[in-house]
Design a protein around this ligand. Sequence first.
Ligand code: SF4
Length: 96
Amino acid sequence: MKGLDLAVLLEKLNEEIMANKANKTLKNISGRFYVDDQCIDCDLCRAIAPDFFTRDHDNGYSIVTCQPSTPEEEELCREAMRSCPVEAIGDDGDDD
Ligand code: SF4
């Protein structure tokens, strides 16, 4: 691995796997949590946090339909995010 910094490589790979705000699915409600176009419609986030994640039946993927407003709700959304098998859920921590 001459000339290759392993930490930089791992960071780059992680960026490619993690949810990307630029690739949000269209119907996410605005706010910190979102689903991007990597979603494989596995239903896990909707099972964990059904008040916040919903299936977009027209397009076959999950979307965020409600943003959490309490610490407990935020933790539920983070649990859904951690559980997503393809890391399609993002948390950008702001309200755009
Ligand atoms: S857990 Fe991830 S892949 Fe599964 S439906 Fe939710 S966003 Fe999509």
